[in-house]
Design a protein around this ligand. Structure first.
Ligand code: 5GP
Length: 178
């Protein structure tokens, strides 16, 4: 399969994405009113969602980036999480908003929550743009979910296939996997 030749079916439009992001941002603004938070972007997939979402959270925010890789370029989760970039600063005593692109088996989110909690933050709030409930293998604490989707592979708006399609402004389902 050539990564650049996928048959894509538009699934979640730009307008739907932005409307949902405004609503999650409003919820988080209410929750953290008057408090300082550190927003953790899980790289690479959540970078577009993260940059749109933090602009909808109206409180004092600092930004941290945490790189993990779990798919190794394929389309099924390996279950192994490799840290590619650690946080640059301590988060001890701070309110953390952990921002992910998609929860599939839940293994990555579980790993991320454990990794954040081991650093003794005041709290960890999890946000994921997408969740595939049918694919969940481990229980996962998800505080804010943008869209629950069926168990199909999606690309766009930060999500890739073999590194491509992250720049698509909407989410699409891939039609032509055998
Ligand atoms: P989990 O550990 O929950 O199985 O997998 C989470 C990670 O797998 C996500 O951060 C994302 O990188 C990748 N992933 C899971 N489902 C999809 C999908 O449908 N499309 C893409 N592009 N990546 C996915």
């Amino acid at each position: 399969m050539n990564a650049k030749n996928l048959d894509l079916k538009p699934y979640i439009t730009e307008a739907q994405l932005q409307e949902k992001i405004k609503s999650i941002g409003a919820d988080l603004t209410k929750k953290f009113q008057g408090k300082k938070v550190v927003a953790v972007c899980v790289l690479k997939g959540s970078f577009l969602f993260y940059s749109d979402l933090i602009r909808e959270i109206n409180t004092d925010i600092t930004c941290e980036f945490f790189g993990v890789s779990s798919y190794h370029g394929g389309t099924t989760s390996s279950g192994e999480v490799k840290v590619t970039l650690d946080l640059a600063n301590p988060i001890e005593g701070q309110h953390v908003i952990l921002i992910e692109d998609i929860v599939d088996t839940g293994l990555t989110m579980n790993y991320l929550i454990k990794s954040m909690e081991s650093r003794k933050p005041a709290s960890v709030t999890t946000v994921t743009l997408l969740e595939k409930p049918e694919a969940l293998k481990v229980p996962c604490k998800l505080d804010h979910v943008g869209f629950k989707i069926t168990n199909e592979f999606v690309v766009g708006y930060g999500l890739d296939y073999q590194g491509y399609y992250r720049n698509l402004p909407y989410i699409a389902q891939v039609q032509n996997f055998q």
